[in-house]
Design a protein around this ligand. Structure first.
Ligand code: NAP
Length: 309
């Protein structure tokens, strides 16, 4: 693979994901020039202070002019507005991609605005943290993490290969699937766990009046691990819920059925059923570690990750 070099890359949105891409592009020398645009002047100023790019502009249309690669990293609900802003300024032959956590909705919002002369290739790096904003990004975020592309039927294979090479250079592993399948898979591996975490932390918060701060005091017994997910960005997750509604509702229905099964087993003292389920789930944890998607350290790997930094 030759180095995927772009003369000009435009980053629209410079939060956790956009700024992590910016840091990698700089470290790896993947662009002649990086132009950054974001909605608010405060974030734009911060990006400049952090030296994330070469040029900064509050106008997304201005930023994409003459860019060979445009990466849109905004909450999925803002995709259409951004597409409308940039559509008239895109360079012929440019690759336009995104990083949104839902794909069918982003395609429905962006594709109709994309001119024929650009390559619109939706993507989603499966990497992140519960933090947001340009300070939260770091180089190496995408290393060993999957990046899924959901190309359109008429996507140019050469442009797709070029974009894959770019993400490979960032350290990602590459996969491809159709947008509906992506949204179902992500509903179970990412969206449902976040919704469960938001829900359990909300329930515990309601109980605080009864337990008088014991929820926080004794949180290391398990509760704490849900709070990390539940601290994720409210705007991003509101948009994910609204824009992957069908798949999330389907997974929630299955989850509720399985929860009822578990509830029954506990009520009727069916220890064998509980033991069988808990053994099965422990195996899943092992497979995740074996697949290199987490480290096999106690405390959910937190101390080990701290040491690694
Ligand atoms: P973030 O840190 O909150 O940054 C969001 C960026 O989008 C900021 O530059 C913000 O601009 C801009 N923005 C917010 N609302 C906007 C609007 N209505 N119109 C235009 N721009 C807007 O978010 P992030 O974590 O980087 O997430 C960006 C995208 O990546 C989302 O689509 C998300 O689904 C996806 N993603 C996130 C993760 C994760 O773990 N966080 C992982 C994979 C994919 P201002 O600050 O200037 O307002």
């Amino acid at each position: 693979m030759t180095k995927p070099f772009f003369d000009r890359i435009a980053l629209i949105g410079i939060g956790l994901i956009g700024s992590s891409i910016a840091r990698d592009v700089k470290d790896l020398g993947l662009a002649g020039e990086v132009v950054i645009s974001t909605r608010s002047i405060e974030t734009l100023k911060r990006a400049e202070e952090l030296g994330l790019g070469d040029r900064y502009t509050p106008s997304a249309a201005e930023a994409v002019k003459d860019a060979d690669l445009v990466i849109v990293s905004v909450p999925v609900g803002a995709s259409e507005a951004v597409a409308q802003q940039i559509a008239g300024s895109l360079k012929p032959g440019a690759i336009v991609t995104d990083v949104g956590s839902t794909k069918a909705s982003v395609i429905a919002q962006m594709a109709p605005h994309m001119p024929e002369h650009v390559h619109f290739i939706p993507g989603h790096p499966l990497a992140g943290t519960e933090k947001s904003g340009p300070d939260a990004g770091f180089s190496g975020l995408f290393r060993e993490r999957w990046c899924i592309f959901t190309p359109l039927p008429d996507t140019d294979p050469v442009a797709l290969e070029r974009l894959k090479d770019f993400w490979t250079a960032l350290g990602s592993r590459i996969d491809e699937m159709d947008p509906q399948h992506h949204d179902k898979v992500l509903a179970i591996v990412s969206h449902l766990p976040h919704i469960i975490a938001y829900n359990i932390v909300g329930t515990a918060d309601d109980l605080e009046t009864v337990t008088e701060s014991e929820v926080i005091k004794y949180s290391a017994s398990g509760f704490r691990d849900f709070t990390r997910l539940a601290a994720s960005d409210p705007t991003m997750w509101r948009d994910v819920c609204l824009h992957n509604k069908d798949a999330i509702l389907e997974m929630l229905a299955r989850f509720s059925e399985d929860l009822a099964y578990l509830q029954r087993a506990i009520r009727w003292g069916e220890g064998d059923k509980l033991f069988e389920l808990f053994s099965r789930t422990r195996e899943i944890r092992r497979s995740i570690v074996q697949a290199g998607q987490d480290v096999d350290a106690p405390d959910f790997g937190r101390h080990a990750l701290d040491v690694k930094k």
